[in-house]
Design a protein around this ligand. Structure first.
Ligand code: NAP
Ligand code: ZN
Length: 364
């Protein structure tokens, strides 16, 4: 057996961790750029807690609160320019996956002044300023992954920045998600679940990723019940943030595969939130997967007998009307068929027809 494992993020998990472990930020520098979305971090207490931690450490900061969902390279460049002018020494991302991913990209842009939205995808491996991550959704696991998924309008798609930026610290406080609205809770939880699935069924699944995936599935056994029954208790918030972290650690090693690669087109062209887009495609993806032994193992841990049972859970959580023509499906499928990296992650042979089939059977 052989495997590699590298996950350098220092994780603090629990209610009140920012205040408790703020001293860890002391040696990151004297001035920070805080990167957030437009509203939620001001309401859920995360921004205020971070600002008072920085105040008490005498660390100066400037806040950029314009990150949109599925952050664009334009926004990233704008924030990086603020960071460069202000001579910040580290970047703090607070929010869902969008501000966290944006913070990572911004940290790369600030550290490398020659980099811009035109040349970033042609750059060699670059260093970044240190990044601190404070997740306020339980889904992407971005606080423990090196990925930064950005919207590239020029190419009409979303893609990975191509740089590896692990946050140096992740402050994971489930309290910031206590009031996350039901529909965002569902969409992001499904994202976490698909990370676990796509890592577990990945060509690059290994001993370590499997341990995390199994732990995540265990937590989803009760979490699915909470989601279906709309019982979003504090315990559920704690569990689902852990499940999301397990999913993040798992994909930090293995990457994702078909549903994620295929879902980007639904997000870009049809405005379907990221987690929901993956969720729409996951059941068909599982039905096409030939290695049933792995599927059965996963279902056992979830306490389910077959894919139909999982399908019923998904159907009760995902209700979305999506208008899509067969021509559009053909285009999305042929674009995805060129994504050799994602296709390689799928351990079984997959044809253009299979990809079209997953889209069609999922969306019609
Ligand atoms: P998001 O796009 O970050 O946020 C979605 C919405 O949730 C926003 O309106 C946001 O409001 C709101 N929100 C966030 N936290 C909240 C809270 N505690 N209470 C109330 N509302 C809250 O959603 P996401 O699903 O977490 O992130 C999706 C992005 O992550 C996508 O771009 C996806 O590609 C990426 N992703 C990255 C990785 C990775 O490994 N890096 C993995 C999977 C997905 P505000 O805008 O006001 O904050
Ligand atoms: Zn995802």
């Amino acid at each position: 057996m052989e495997f590699n494992y590298y996950m350098p993020t220092k994780i603090y998990y629990g209610r009140g961790v920012i205040d408790q472990y703020k001293n860890d930020m002391e040696n990151l520098g004297g001035k920070a750029l805080i990167v957030t979305g437009k509203i939620s971090s001001k309401k859920n207490g995360s921004l205020m807690q971070m600002q008072s931690a920085l105040d008490s450490l005498n660390i100066k900061y400037i806040t950029f609160d314009e990150v949109e969902e599925n952050p664009s390279l334009e926004t990233i460049e704008k924030a990086a320019n603020v960071g460069k002018e202000e001579k910040v020494q580290f970047v703090i991302g607070i929010g869902g996956g969008s501000p966290l991913d944006a913070a990572k990209a911004i940290a790369v842009f600030i550290k490398n002044p020659h980099v811009n939205k035109e040349n970033i995808f042609f750059s060699k491996k670059l260093e970044s300023l240190p990044v601190v991550a404070v997740p306020t959704t339980s889904g992407t696991g971005s606080e423990v992954t090196p990925y930064s998924i950005v919207t590239v309008h020029k190419e009409k798609t979303k893609k990975n920045l191509g740089q590896l930026v692990y946050p140096v610290i992740a402050y994971m406080d489930p309290g910031f998600t206590d009031n996350l609205p039901y529909h965002i809770t569902v969409n992001t939880a499904i994202d976490a679940f698909t990370h676990l699935v796509e890592s577990y069924l990945n060509r690059d699944c290994n001993l370590m990723t499997e341990i995390y995936a199994m732990k995540g599935f265990e937590l989803f056994k009760s979490s699915f019940e909470n989601l279906v029954g709309k019982e979003l208790t504090c315990k559920f918030r704690e569990n689902i943030m852990l499940a999301s972290m397990y999913g993040g650690i798992a994909i930090s090693q293995s990457g994702t595969s078909l549903p994620h690669g295929m879902g980007y087109a639904l997000t870009y062209h049809k405005n379907i939130p990221h987690g929901l887009a993956n969720g729409l495609l996951t059941i068909e993806y599982l039905r096409c997967f030939k290695n049933q032994e792995k599927i059965i193992n996963m279902l056992n841990v979830l306490g389910m007998e077959n894919i139909d049972q999982l399908d019923r859970v998904f159907q009760s959580l995902i209700q979305v009307d999506i208008e899509i023509s067969s021509q559009e499906i053909k285009e999305y499928a042929s674009d995805f068929a060129n994504n050799k990296e994602k296709l390689r992650k799928h351990p079984e042979e997959v044809t253009l027809k299979n990809i079209e089939g997953i889209y069609k059977n999922s969306l019609y």
